[in-house]
Design a protein. Structure first.
Length: 255
C-alpha cells in the first residue's frame, strides 16, 4: 500500500476536522441519540457537571482553524506540520468515530478502545508540539498548536478514565466493593497521575493543565452540593487540581 502523500494528509485533516465538528449535530436532525441520552443522564460522582463538556466546542473550533493553517504554504514547509499531520487526522477521525458509535448506541467496549487510542495520539501530539516550543522553532501557528493539542490531550487524560469507569460499571465490575464516592476518587487518582507525568514531560504545558483542571472543576461543581460523604469527591478534585498546578509550575521552572 503506497504511503499517503502530503497533500492527501492535509486533505484528511480538513475532512475529519469538519466531520468531528458536524457529527454531534446528527441527533438534532433525527439521526441517533445524544451521548447524554445514551447514558440515561446518569451522573456518577466522578463525572464532571454537564457544562464542562463544552470544552469540545472549543476543541472542534480550534481543529477547524488548524485544518486551514496546515494547508498554507508557510505551514507546509515546516518539519513540525509534517510530523504531526498524520497523527492529527487520525485523532480527528477517531473522534468522529467515537461520537458515531456513541450516538448510534454502539458497544461501550468499542468506545473505550477508541478513546484510549485517541489519548495515546493526543499525548504524542502534545509532546511533539511542546518539544518544538522548547527548541523555539519558527513555526507558523505554534501557539494554535499548543492550545489545540494541549486542550485535546488534557481533556482526554480525564475522559479516558471516565470511559474506563463507564465500562466497568456497565459490566457490573464497579464500584469494586467501594462506596460510590470512594470509587470516584479511585478513578480520579490515576487520571491525575497521568496528568502529573505528562506535565513533567511537556515542561508544564499550560493548556494541558487548563483542560485537566477544567475537568476537575466540573467534578467539584457536580459534587459540591452533595451530602457527605459524596462531597469528599469535590474535596479530592480540588486537592488534585491544586497539586497538578504546583507540579506544572515546578516543571516550567525546571525546564
Amino acid at each position: 500500500m503506497p504511503a499517503l502523500s502530503a497533500s492527501g494528509r492535509r486533505t484528511l485533516n480538513v475532512v475529519f476536522a469538519i466531520t468531528q465538528a458536524l457529527v454531534p449535530a446528527l441527533p438534532a436532525l433525527g439521526y441517533g441519540i445524544t451521548v447524554g441520552a445514551r447514558d440515561g443522564f446518569a451522573s456518577p460522582p466522578e463525572v464532571p457537571a454537564g457544562y464542562a463538556f463544552s470544552i469540545w466546542g472549543v476543541i472542534f473550533l480550534l481543529s477547524l482553524i488548524y485544518a486551514v493553517v496546515q494547508v498554507l504554504p508557510s505551514a507546509r514547509a515546516t518539519r513540525l506540520y509534517a510530523q504531526i499531520g498524520t497523527p492529527s487526522w487520525v485523532l480527528f477521525a477517531l473522534s468522529t468515530l467515537w461520537m458515531m458509535v456513541a450516538q448510534f448506541d454502539g458497544p461501550t467496549a468499542l468506545l473505550l478502545v477508541i478513546i484510549l487510542a485517541m489519548l495515546a495520539i493526543a499525548l504524542r501530539l502534545l509532546l511533539e508540539v511542546s518539544a518544538a516550543s522548547a527548541r523555539q522553532e519558527d513555526v507558523p501557528g505554534r501557539q494554535l498548536l499548543a492550545v489545540l493539542f494541549g486542550l485535546y490531550a488534557g481533556w482526554l487524560s480525564l475522559a479516558a478514565f471516565l470511559n474506563i469507569s463507564t465500562f466497568l460499571r456497565e459490566q457490573d465490575l464497579a464500584p469494586l466493593g467501594l462506596a460510590n464516592w470512594q470509587y470516584a476518587i479511585a478513578i480520579l487518582l490515576p487520571a491525575a497521575l497521568l496528568v502529573a507525568v505528562m506535565l513533567g514531560r511537556s515542561r508544564g504545558q499550560g493548556w494541558y493543565l487548563i483542560a485537566a483542571v477544567w475537568g476537575l472543576a466540573g467534578v467539584v461543581v457536580a459534587n459540591m452540593d452533595a451530602a457527605l460523604p459524596q462531597a469528599y469527591v469535590a474535596v479530592a478534585a480540588v486537592s488534585l487540581a491544586v497539586l497538578l498546578s504546583a507540579i506544572a509550575l515546578f516543571s516550567r521552572r525546571e525546564a
